[in-house]
Design a protein around this ligand. Structure first.
Ligand SMILES: Cc1ncc(COP(=O)(O)O)c(C=O)c1O
Length: 521
């Protein structure tokens, strides 16, 4: 071919490409004329098997629609009584959240004002939990604490501090060098009702879990069991202020007294971490409670999820230490920012300011009075649901056995199981599936747990079979009395269906996974 033919072929090729591009633009314009459901995206789209980012983009509103489709297949978050995570936001709060997600809180130099808000929240939370001001408060202007992504990160940080504090002490006690003490494996005491945030600590940080099985009557750790398990490798005891299974509180004041005695008798220095993931913003408003927070001398740190009863947005946690000295300083990384230096405690540096912004909004919007009113309202609705369950009868006997701690001194949670005396041919997990037909998500689970290290299944309670089942309803701020009435109706209807048709009556009658790792939060 001569050069004339070559250049004609090249021009033809370029023209064809141009035509294809124009055709695709025309196609896009045509698509844009319609709404999403008349476009080819709606009729062609499938996400199954999608592995790659698409070659071409799409209009924003169509992209948004696609995500809405995905979202619609989830349970409705406001009818999810399994999760503790807050789902109630005012329109102003949505705006505040949007402001926050552009701000990287790790960047204290560029966003000093937002970081100051972080510190303000830390101080507010520390005060709520009666933390004394540490010696260096005037110098630092902030208590020893941090906002985290949730309780899990907070528990990991608190556990690490206890581990480093213990290591220093153990090396001194036994005359070990820094290297030698690394070979000694520490342990931590916790009840079998722990949430799997702690499984991460035991696994990631190589700490032996010493698990005390609880009883189905209390779901709580006992001070006696703590004394039996403590030794000189114990970095601390975890007390759970509101276990996620039934909402009962561990008796922190009793554990504190036992720890004081054990420390004295055996010359130890064991401290307590309070995992107040759910109770951190409920217990302070329950006036009939014995002290559970920094008022107790052995409580060295407390963590909570701001995104649970703290009413903030998902991705908000808090950890507060009694002091920096020999505690939070173990995980502090010094960062310099405009005009000074600060401390960073979090496992991840970069994170949005959304959690801090929304948490601050809620603190200012509700005030202590508002939180107290929320606590009273949620406990009231929990009581209403509990009473509703108590009054349901079958064959002249109560249909349910209530397992939670009742109307006060616990989380607003209703925990129950089908009355074992009824010997029904279905269990609480079947009940969960039958209730789901009415769009309510009520978590049913087995009374078993998986050991974090051996991965072996074991009973949750020493006095109950691990095959037993139960369910719980978490009453969050969105669960109004009106909705509670409907939930009770859905439970009644589910029972009728199960009694008439057995498990087969439920669309989702397939068995739930054999046992539960305790990750529902
Ligand atoms: C007692 C307890 N600790 C820790 C966690 C973990 O919380 P997060 O999901 O905020 O990390 C939960 C969650 O429910 C919990 O109930």
């Amino acid at each position: 071919m001569n050069s004339g033919t070559d250049s004609a072929a090249a021009s033809l090729n370029a023209a064809q490409q141009r035509i294809e591009k124009l055709e695709s633009e025309v196609e896009e314009l045509r698509e844009n004329r319609y709404h999403y459901y008349a476009s080819h995206y709606a009729s062609d789209e499938t996400l199954s098997g999608n592995k790659c980012i698409p070659d071409h983009g799409r209009p924003p509103r169509f992209t948004w629609r696609l995500i809405q489709d995905v979202h619609e297949l989830d349970f409705q978050e406001k009818l999810n009584t399994s999760s503790y995570v807050n789902v109630t936001f005012e329109p102003e709060e949505d705006e505040v959240a949007k402001l926050g997600y552009r701000i990287n809180l790790a960047d204290q130099t560029v966003y000093p004002s937002s970081f100051k808000l972080h510190d303000t929240c830390v101080n507010m939370v520390a005060n709520l939990w009666n933390c004394p001001e540490p010696e260096d408060f005037d110098e630092k202007g902030v208590q020893a604490g941090a906002q985290t992504v949730g309780s899990t990160e907070a528990c990991l940080l608190a556990g690490l501090c206890l581990k480093f504090r213990w290591r220093k002490w153990y090396a001194a006690q036994h005359g070990l060098s820094e290297d030698e003490v690394l070979g000694v494996r520490p342990n931590m005491i916790i009840s079998s009702c722990f949430q799997c945030a702690w499984e991460k600590l035991f696994k990631y940080m190589d700490i032996e879990p010493r698990i005390t099985q609880t009883t189905v009557r209390s779901f709580a750790i006992s001070a006696e069991a703590v004394c039996e398990l403590v030794d000189d490798r114990t970095i601390g005891v975890v007390c759970i202020m509101g276990n996620h299974y039934g909402g009962q509180y561990d008796p922190v004041h009793e554990v504190d007294a036992a720890v004081t005695a054990v420390n004295k008798e055996r010359n130890l220095q064991v401290g307590i971490h309070v995992d107040a993931a759910s109770g951190g913003f409920i217990a302070p408003f329950q006036t009939d409670l014995p002290p559970w927070d920094f008022r107790l001398a052995n409580v060295l740190s407390i963590s909570a999820s701001g995104h649970k009863f703290g009413e903030s947005v998902c991705g908000t946690g808090w950890v507060i230490w009694r002091q920096r000295n020999n505690l939070s300083e173990h995980v502090a990384v010094s960062v310099s920012y405009l005009g000074g230096t600060g401390e960073s405690y979090t496992l991840n540096f970069s994170r949005p300011a959304t959690g801090v912004y929304v948490q601050f909004y809620k603190f200012m919007r509700l005030g202590l009075e508002g939180y107290a009113a929320l606590e009273a309202g949620m406990m009231g609705v929990a009581r209403y649901i509990r009473d509703g369950l108590k009054h349901m009868t079958l064959h002249g006997m109560p249909t349910f056995q209530i397992l939670d701690d009742g109307d006060t001194k616990s989380l607003p949670v209703v925990a129950a199981r089908l009355n074992p005396q009824q010997k029904l041919p279905f269990n609480d997990i079947d009940l969960q599936h039958a209730i789901a037909e009415d769009h309510w998500y009520v978590s049913g689970y087995r009374m078993s747990m998986t050991h974090p290290i051996t991965d072996k299944k074991q009973p949750l309670f020493f006095d109950e079979d691990e095959a037993g089942t139960m369910f719980r309803v978490v009453v969050k701020s969105n669960l109004t009395r009106y909705l509670a009435d409907d939930l009770l109706r859905a439970i009644r209807r589910a029972l009728e269906v199960l009694l008439e048709h057995g498990q087969a009556g439920t669309r989702r009658s397939r068995p739930k996974r054999a046992h539960h790792r305790g990750h529902v939060c």
